[in-house]
Design a protein around this ligand. Structure first.
Ligand code: COA
Length: 702
């Protein structure tokens, strides 16, 4: 655990620089909150004139405090912050929480940089600026200007929005979702999400980490820390509009967008993305209280058929479809229900079911090895007391002899149900007021288990690549002042990264084209090679299915004429002659560099699927072959690859290999490749492989 970050988040002594005697000021509130929450450490208010604030002795400067100070909370106007940071450094303070606004969020990057520079000069770390502060139940510390500590619990919130943190702090009581820590990180001038994930992963009072994110500064580092984190992370991402897409020159660029890339990055790093605030609270409740679900067998116990059906629908919707319970489970459960109940799944112990039905049903099921997780539903009835049912569920789970499986509960009814659910949460069982929400919580526990496993895999790195050769080809194009490779150059780069490109050679004359075509073997394809004509088909500069010598000569003439008509002064290297790959399923593979996460790889089916339906999926590069297979099943048109309408399945394994190698290429050459496309890539029947037919690489600006 980083001792400096620890000093900011768990300080033994705090100075409040800008503490005020005026109860309306933030500098007063922070001192008041520290006092009222029962903080056990030393508090040193710093004020130019006051002698004492709320019973604490005041000092005119932090340098006058005669004791060790771990952390300083700064509440003076922005322009005074550099001065007090300097003084804190001279005093030997370890870390700072800078509440003051007026830095990069209003465009003053220079002031913010200056503050970070001074802090780092003295080895100090900063939370903020532009924050509410830091709250911690386990340290009885409210070093902020929100009035109270959150409902006690095991989650930690890191929020980029201060106002939202204050609102969530209050809402923890009405939502009954407990947090140990709430950390406002504001502008992330120094400590960012990645630092706090690393810290909280080692914090014994944190069981899950909830993030409210507007923007991540360093995407790869965020992913690295999230991947290393062994605790569940939930992120609510705000501001998901597409950026940078309009100016993009390639297919992939126009299809990318920050929302899709964030989504991919979260998934790849094992971060559960919340849909909205409600979902963020609901998922936090489940992930902070329960273990992950290790298998797919969800068992639902209910006293109402209707809510059982609603839960069954939800299970299918959220990707955890119910299966019938094994016969031995059903036989045992039937002993504890009337003859008109159902022991299948959902297990309907019927409306007359009382304590015994719930207790025995839950106890037996929870312990059964087939069951990976349970949802228990209860509709309020006149013959049962919700509190007694809650206690029966709790006792049954504890007395079952099993552990390590998640359980979620939903009570549907009035005030008595509310009170019983509150009691269950206090006993670490997440509860929801609708059956679908309890099922959704289980689905997120199931998904979390998968994500925590796969996210820890190391970065993919194939060995059959020749990056020196690729860099030589790129340097050659740059030496000629070009910022895009020709098709032949791009294909050679692809080949250097192990991609199966169709043989393509450059002809400088009509006669040479004939010779090369005869060597390759008919039919062939001919395309213009010109740095000035990237969209070759639009220029009428591609001819396919050329069957003989005369065809080559005719194509040469037409391609030259059309190219010059398209751009009279186009620089023309010649005409590429390539093997005509037999037709099969066309797909597109591409890449674009995302401003936050770096190179990303895109995949979709070609033609109408990509042009009209925009049916594509993204991942942050590099990806391994397993993730490449996931990409293929993520697109809506995945059935076509699997073999739809009597067609035989395509070679998805070979395609996964291509996607993985491609992703490594764009990752390895991220300083050189801005955007790229392999479009089309032809995918043959299972075992027959893949052919990359066209290649485009646009270089980074240097
Ligand atoms: N050392 C110690 N105290 C100093 C000082 C110094 N060098 N210079 C000034 N002070 C004192 C002031 O005298 C004042 O105390 P007083 O009331 O006893 O006179 C106190 O620090 C605060 O300074 P003041 O100038 O009164 O500022 P303020 O309280 O009106 O506002 C901020 C200060 C930081 C709260 C304000 O600038 C700000 O940034 N507000 C927004 C904060 C926010 O919302 N953050 C979260 C965003 S999500």
């Amino acid at each position: 655990m980083d001792p400096i970050i620890n000093a900011v988040l768990k300080p033994k002594s705090i100075a409040v620089i800008g503490a005020s005697t005026n109860p309306d000021k933030i500098g007063y509130k922070v001192v008041e909150n520290l006092k009222n929450c029962g903080y056990q450490g030393a508090v040193y208010p710093i004020n130019l004139e006051a002698h004492e604030i709320m019973g604490y002795k005041c000092y005119p400067s932090i340098k006058d405090v005669p004791y060790v100070v771990d952390a300083a909370v700064i509440t003076v106007p922005a322009k005074i912050v550099p001065k007090v940071v300097q003084e804190s450094g001279e005093k030997g303070v370890k870390g700072l929480s800078i509440i003051s606004s007026g830095f990069s969020e209003v465009g003053d990057h220079a002031l913010e940089d200056e503050v970070v520079r001074i802090a780092h000069e003295y080895g100090m770390r900063i939370i903020g600026p532009n924050i509410i502060g830091v709250l911690s139940n386990s340290d009885k510390m409210n070093a902020s200007f929100t009035n109270f500590l959150p409902l006690e619990g095991k989650a930690a919130l890191v929020s980029q929005s201060g106002a939202l943190l204050i609102a969530m702090d209050a809402a923890t009581y009405t939502r009954r979702v407990g947090f140990d820590k709430m950390i406002s990180i504001g502008n992330q001038a120094d400590l960012d999400f990645a630092d706090l994930i690393a810290y909280l992963n080692e914090d014994e009072n944190t069981s899950c980490i909830t993030l409210y994110i507007e923007g991540i500064k360093d995407g790869p580092r965020f992913m690295e820390e999230a991947r290393k984190c062994t605790k569940p992370i939930i992120a609510l991402k705000a501001g998901t509009s597409a950026h940078g897409a309009a100016a993009a020159a390639s297919h992939t660029g126009s299809l990318a967008g920050s929302a899709k890339v964030y989504e991919a990055a979260f998934e790849q790093a094992g971060v559960a993305q919340a849909e909205d605030l409600n979902d963020m609270f609901d998922t936090t409740l489940a992930l902070s209280l329960q273990p992950t679900m290790k298998g797919d067998n969800l068992l639902i116990v209910t006293n109402g058929g209707g809510v059982g059906v609603l839960a069954t629908d939800a299970a299918e919707k959220f990707g955890l479809p119910l299966k019938f319970a094994p016969e031995d489970v059903q036989a045992e459960l039937r002993k504890h229900m009337p003859s008109f109940g159902s022991a299948k799944n959902p297990v309907d112990i019927t409306g007359g079911a009382g304590l015994e039905g719930y207790y025995e049903g839950v106890k037996y099921s929870y312990a059964h090895p087939w069951v990976d997780g349970m949802v228990v539903l209860y509709c309020e009835t006149s013959v049962t007391d919700p509190q007694e049912i809650a206690e029966a569920i709790y006792n049954a789970k504890n007395e079952s002899g099993a552990s390590g499986k998640p359980i979620a509960v939903s009570f549907i009814g009035g005030d008595r149900c509310e009170a019983a659910m509150k009691w269950l949460i206090e006993h670490d069982i997440p509860t929801y007021d609708a059956p679908d929400l309890a099922v959704k919580a289980m689905a997120s526990l199931r998904k979390q288990d998968d994500m925590l496993k796969t996210a820890h895999n190391g970065l993919y790195k194939p060995t059959d690549v020749d990056s020196d050769l690729a860099r030589k080809i790129i340097a050659g194009a740059r030496a000629k002042g070009r910022d895009a490779l020709t098709e032949v150059e791009a294909k050679n780069v692809f080949r250097a990264y192990g991609l199966p490109v169709t043989p393509t050679v450059l002809a400088h004359s009509e006669d040479e084209a004939v010779q090369l075509a005869e060597k390759i073997g008919f039919p062939v394809v001919m395309k213009i090679v010109s740095p000035d004509i990237l969209h070759k088909s639009d220029a009428g500069a591609v001819k396919v299915n050329i069957k003989n010598e005369q065809g080559v000569r005719d194509a040469w003439k037409v391609i030259m004429e059309n190219s010059l008509a398209y751009k009279a002064d186009a620089e023309i290297d010649g005409v590429a002659v390539q093997e005509m790959a037999p037709w099969a399923t066309e797909v597109i593979v591409g890449s674009v560099n995302d401003a936050t996460f770096g190179p990303t790889v895109m995949f979709g089916l070609g033609g109408i699927f990509v042009e009209v339906m925009k049916d594509v999926t993204f991942k942050v590069a590099p990806i391994d072959e397993a993730t490449a297979l996931d990409m293929q099943s993520e697109i809506k048109s995945s059935k076509i690859l699997e073999g739809a309408r009597g067609e035989s399945p395509r070679d998805q394994k070979a395609l996964a290999n291509v996607l993985a190698h491609y992703s490594f290429m764009v990752y390895d050459l991220k300083d050189e490749i801005a955007e790229s496309d392999a479009n089309p890539v032809i995918v043959y029947e299972n075992g027959q492989g893949v052919a990359v037919v066209d290649a485009r690489i646009i270089l980074t600006k240097k």
